[in-house]
Design a protein. Structure first.
Ligand code: TXA
Ligand code: MG
Length: 322
């Protein structure tokens, strides 16, 4: 039986070790006021890929990025007045705001699942605050459970989910106060949209931001480009499982055996490493999309481990938008 991850109390030694491990690209679980988060350096594609690997999710969903204070959170995104009023009213706290990424946003595209938006949150838990302040960088953190399991509200719950090879440390802050994930709010222009109900009631949000539309509740509502899409898709057509790319196609390769005669090639992982491929996926798709080639051809990706999530996202990206 593999060992469970070590648990340290949230004292000075525990905090210093957690900060050191996060800065070294490791996964560290930490308490927030809502649930425990599985944290990683959000500016590192590899560290973010390790989160998805640890969760065992069959897809890449965009993650929430955690900051020590509003100033640091709002520099990562292009804010709007209504979002700032919400930040003022509810941060630090159980509110997540989804806004367009700032042009120079240093957060991994994998954390945004390739979207042009980023989810940011300033947690109120004192340990989370001190940890985020110590690392002084955005920390991506989904709930610290494996895919399909319920969100953990105690350090022992997290320990049951993972082994020490995957999660380097669990910082123990006792039972979480809210016990329910944060409320996620996006924006359609200036209009707030409830993307996920959570720890802060919709009525409370409405008192500050005005009427909230519930995501998906109005099928006739126009979707605003770049704002509330649920997945990334390149502008160019995408062909999957390609071993014979056409002359006007750019090839997104995987592994050492790129077909002879392929023209322009970007390789997701020349070594055939699925974690590296996941880390590179959205950045290379965007790079391919910026070239003059007519379409993007992607080599077969093994459908195991992170390959399942890569294939899921590629399949969605290859499906034309309506
Ligand atoms: O309370 C919480 O929010 C916890 C703690 C650890 O902070 N975190 C959490 O993360 O619940 P996660 O990954 O389990 O949930 C993230 C939610 C998902 O519903 C996701 O779809 C949404 O946030 N989300 C993140 N980025 C988004 C984006 N760019 N656009 C739309 N939705 C986004
Ligand atoms: Mg979750």
């Amino acid at each position: 039986m593999p060992a469970h991850p070590p648990i340290m109390p949230g004292d000075a030694a525990g905090l210093a070790e957690a900060a050191r491990l996060l800065c070294a690209g490791k996964l560290v679980a930490f308490p927030t006021e809502t649930v425990y988060g599985l944290g990683a350096d959000a500016t590192s594609d590899r560290a973010v890929a390790a989160i998805f690997e640890a969760k065992g999710r069959p897809s890449f969903n965009p993650l929430i990025v955690h900051l020590a204070d509003s100033d640091r959170a709002l520099t990562l995104v292009q804010s709007i007045p209504v979002a700032e009023r919400l930040a003022e009213a509810f941060w630090p706290g159980a509110l997540t705001l989804v806004l367009p990424r700032a042009p120079d946003c240093p957060v991994s595209l994998l954390a945004s699942a390739g979207l042009d938006t980023l989810a940011v949150r300033v947690p109120s838990h004192p340990l989370a605050h001190r940890l985020l302040d110590a690392v002084d960088r955005p920390i991506a953190a989904p709930s610290a459970n494996r895919s399909g399991r319920i969100s953990p509200t105690r350090a022992s719950h997290v320990a049951e989910e993972f082994d020490a090879d995957t999660v380097a440390l669990i910082l123990d802050g006792g039972a979480t106060e809210v016990g329910l994930e944060s409320t996620v709010v996006g924006f359609d222009g200036a209009a707030p949209v409830l993307l996920r109900p959570g720890g802060i009631a919709a009525e409370q949000i409405e008192r500050v931001a005005g009427p909230l539309r519930v995501s998906g509740s109005d099928p006739d509502a126009p979707t605003s480009p770049g704002q509330l899409e649920s997945h990334y898709a390149p502008a160019k057509p995408l062909r999957l499982d390609v071993l014979d790319p056409g002359a006007d196609e750019i090839l997104l390769g995987f592994g050492p055996d790129v077909p002879a005669g392929a023209g322009t090639t970007l390789n997701l992982s020349p070594a055939g490493d699925l974690r590296e491929a996941a880390a590179n996926l959205f950045a290379l798709l965007r790079e391919a999309d910026r070239t003059g080639c007519a379409s993007i051809a992607v080599m077969p990706i093994p459908n195991r481990d992170l390959g399942r999530a890569i294939n899921d996202r590629l399949l969605r990206a290859a499906t034309p938008r309506t």
